[in-house]
Design a protein around this ligand. Structure first.
Ligand code: GLY
Ligand code: MN
Length: 468
């Protein structure tokens, strides 16, 4: 393994507490009212000690730094009070001893620590953000004595808190970037393992296993359910039973999440046989050109929407050159014809979540005053803001032959003069191609956190031909 395994040293811990303190102070500068954030709790599958994996709320993680289960933090004027109980004897029996709340308080630089029961007296007047799990949601409403809307449209305190947190989490500090780089490095290694495992693998599941083995060996987890499929036309395909056939393209969208919760998100598409067919290679080059052009155009101040449109334009141009689309690329994009084959947005924010802050609807992704278009070619655009230094986004153009789109009677009618269906039929060995990297916006341009994983078709073929 090429990534260095690391455990937190005292210096790291000190700097974690300092970074958390800085985040709290930044929040206080924008939002002076008290804030209560809950971590959430896992649910049981069928009996209490058989739990689904716990994932702390990302808003909690951002300020608390540790994935503490069933805990809450109260933030006010840069001070942090931690609310959690010590482990019960039953929890120690089934899940092991846990550090005491006092020890955790020191680690995260809390100013005070209380048992959970004390939340009752200290919740009044606090703003909050809803967590994902139902049990904690009910507790939030009960303790704050009010209903909490998931995405409050009014100018409420909760809405103002969301805006302040979005402003902070849109760009990443030094500590976050260190964790994000680690997640990216693990994911790069997982993808290389997947490519190398392909010649010996008989099913998608075997390639997925090779990829996730790398992630698990770093004591990381997957940031989302892995997509490893020969049916890449299903954008989030979570089935792994298909046999690998020599003419197939395999699309792998797999990303690691490190224990602190920071994520990565990479997609590569490679030929099962180790060699792209001429038709696969020509469409792969179209998608790669869109990927490369988008990244080259990124710098602070550039609108992400324009990056999306650049991807659309490049794909339309490439498909015209291949004889699949007819007309001028600008006109085709204007009429959303590119979306027949590239029906999603070019990417999204990345941070503590893979679609970072999408629990807040479009409040993070869309700048104030902007709303999502319902146009076929823009409705899945998840980010519509000018790029800022410190923002991490994915760039993930694709080409897909989605039966539900291409066989839709209305769409065929709308686009009948723009698509050469006979020519398209010659590309039947391409169901889905996506190429995705994690791109950090810097002061002057970009840094690709996942650049160690090749995108060039030749380099990918070479990796596949080096089985472990
Ligand atoms: N990694 C899946 C996605 O970006 O939607
Ligand atoms: Mn993605």
């Amino acid at each position: 393994m090429t990534t260095t395994k690391r455990t937190l040293t005292m210096a790291d811990r000190k700097s974690l507490a300092q970074v958390l303190q800085q985040r709290r102070e930044k929040l206080a500068a924008q939002f002076p009212a008290p804030v209560l954030l809950w971590s959430g709790q896992s649910s049981s599958r069928n009996f209490p000690a058989n739990t689904f994996p716990f994932r702390a709320s990302s808003h909690f993680l951002y300020f608390a730094g540790l994935p503490l289960e069933n805990a809450a933090i109260r933030l006010e004027q840069g001070k942090l009070a931690l609310f959690m109980d010590g482990g019960s004897p039953a929890s120690a029996l089934w899940h092991g001893e846990s550090p005491t709340p006092a020890a955790i308080a020191v680690q995260i630089g809390a100013d005070a620590v209380y048992p959970l029961a004390d939340l009752k007296q200290m919740a009044a007047g606090c703003a909050t953000i809803l967590v994902q799990d139902g049990a904690t949601r009910a507790l939030q409403s009960q303790l704050l004595h009010r209903a909490i809307a998931p995405i409050d449209e009014s100018d409420s305190l909760d809405r103002q808190l969301i805006q302040a947190i979005v402003a902070l989490r849109l760009t990443h500090d030094h500590q976050a970037l260190e964790e994000l780089r680690q997640a990216a490095a693990i994911s790069v290694e997982a993808h290389k393992a997947g490519m190398r495992a392909t010649p010996m693998a008989k099913t998608e599941a075997e390639v997925r296993a090779a990829m996730e083995a790398v992630i698990l060996a770093y004591n990381a987890t997957t940031a989302y359910t892995s997509i490893v499929t020969v049916h890449g036309e299903v954008l989030h395909n979570n089935h792994y039973h298909h046999a690998l056939r020599s003419g197939d393209l395999l699309l792998a969208d797999v990303g690691a999440e490190v224990p602190s919760g920071w994520a990565s998100d990479i997609t590569r598409t490679w030929p099962v046989s180790g060699k792209f067919s001429p038709t696969q290679r020509s469409l792969y080059e179209v998608v790669l050109q869109a990927h490369d052009r988008c990244i080259a155009a990124m710098r602070p101040g550039v609108e992400y929407r324009d990056i999306h449109l650049l991807a659309a334009q490049t794909i339309a141009e490439g498909l015209v050159d291949l004889g699949i689309l007819r007309g001028k690329a600008e006109d085709l994009v204007e009429r959303d014809a590119h979306a027949l084959f590239f029906p999603h947005g070019v990417g999204h924010l990345l941070g503590l979540d893979v679609h970072d802050m999408e629990d807040l609807g479009d409040l993070a992704g869309y700048a104030e005053g902007r709303t999502r278009s319902d146009r076929f070619g823009l409705c899945y655009l998840r980010l519509d803001r000018p790029l800022q230094p410190g923002m991490l986004v994915t760039i993930e153009p694709g080409f897909y032959q989605v039966p539900a789109i291409l066989n839709d009677v209305d769409r065929r009618e709308t686009y009948h003069d723009m698509v050469n269906w006979e020519r398209l039929a010659e590309f039947q060995d391409v169901r889905g191609i996506r190429i995705e990297d994690d791109v950090l916006v810097t002061e002057t341009g970009t840094e690709i956190l996942t650049k160690e994983l090749p995108t060039q078709a030749d380099a990918i073929e070479q990796l596949i031909s080096q089985p472990k």
